[in-house]
Write a protein that binds this ligand. Structure first.
Ligand code: ATP
Length: 305
């Protein structure tokens, strides 16, 4: 559905985007992750035809964005980083304006589309309020409503939950999820829990290049602590346990840190049952036995620093 081929964007001496390639298909929610200035927004702007690439191609439904920008824009709903909402308009006036820009001339159809997005984004209670008087969360929802008003098959959302409180974040994610089934969604975010909650796939961008492209689950497995165990003992020296475990064929390493023994498996395999069996056979009494928690934060940190 979207093909990004050798995309470059140069601003003077800055390589904002430096050879990005990927494809996304219907039903996928692709999360764009990366440190500040990595090139996420620039890539999104080139996909939507908002700016021209220095070189490279973007195809949406096999249509070249540079050759047929209007056809591509008809298929895309775009929510830029700071939503382009006109503060002096009411929500209703703004959405009516967007509906006209999107070519809904017939009054009934226009009204139907506005009703639909006001229901979807829960905007009915503020429909006649001017946008500048809305809270950040509601402004964000208005930005989202304008992006989906023409029910596009492709949604490009630049930090859609930025600055929202935890309840509003949850609400916006629910809306995105409910819309995503038969669409392509690309969203950028700094919030790693958002990736786990929403995305079927993650692309990490750093210095204008793709450095990881996989599912959130497989990204987690890159964490060196994936399936690692942490043990504390009651009546036996940790060193004895370490010596007993470190040479097992399934164990890659065992280390004592801060009064705990950390045991790392080979190939990130699960070794809980095996380690428990060895402890039982040796009559070692274990007072604490847990899987070391792993997070995307650690993977993100390792990949981008
Ligand atoms: P953030 O997470 O902070 O929003 P980002 O990953 O979206 O960052 P971009 O906004 O795409 O990053 O910026 C990539 C690089 O390009 C940065 O170094 C930025 O300063 C530079 N840049 C972006 N737009 C312009 C511009 N119009 N003129 C000059 N440099 C620009």
């Amino acid at each position: 559905m979207i093909e990004v081929q050798s995309l470059h964007k140069q601003y003077g001496s800055i390589n904002a985007v430096n050879g990005v390639n990927f494809e996304v298909n219907r039903g996928e929610i692709l999360g764009f992750l990366g440190p500040n200035g990595a090139g996420k927004s620039t890539t999104m702007k080139m996909i939507t035809g908002f700016i021209r690439p220095t070189s490279g191609t973007v195809l949406v439904d096999n249509i070249d964005v540079q050759k047929h920008p209007v056809s591509v824009k008809e298929r895309i709903g775009y929510m830029p980083e700071s939503g382009p909402v006109y503060g002096e308009m009411t929500v209703e006036e703004f959405l009516t304006f967007i509906a006209e820009v999107r070519g809904f001339d017939d009054a009934t159809t226009k009204e139907d589309q506005i009703d639909r997005v006001c229901d979807l984004c829960r905007l009915n209670s503020v429909r006649h309020q001017s946008i500048e008087t809305l809270s950040k969360g509601y402004k964000q929802r208005v930005g989202f409503a304008q992006a989906v008003l023409h029910d596009p098959p492709v949604l490009i959302l630049d930090e859609p939950t930025d600055g929202l409180d935890p309840n509003q974040k949850k609400e916006v994610r629910k809306i995105i999820k409910s819309m995503a089934k038969d669409k392509v969604v690309i969203l950028s975010t700094h919030i790693l829990e958002e990736v786990s909650a929403l995305c079927t796939r993650v692309i990490i961008i750093a210095k204008g290049q793709v450095i990881a492209d996989e599912s959130p689950e497989s990204l987690l497995q890159r964490n060196k602590y994936f399936n690692a165990l942490k043990l504390e003992t009651e009546d036996v020296d940790l060193e004895t346990v370490k010596q007993g475990l470190k040479d097992l064929p399934e164990v890659a390493a065992a280390e004592i840190n801060d009064g705990s023994l950390e045991v790392f498996p080979k190939n990130k395999q699960s070794i809980e049952t095996l380690v428990l069996k060895v402890c039982r056979e040796n009559n070692w009494h274990i007072s604490k036995f847990e899987k070391r928690p792993v997070s995307l934060d650690e993977v993100f940190w390792e990949l981008t620093t």
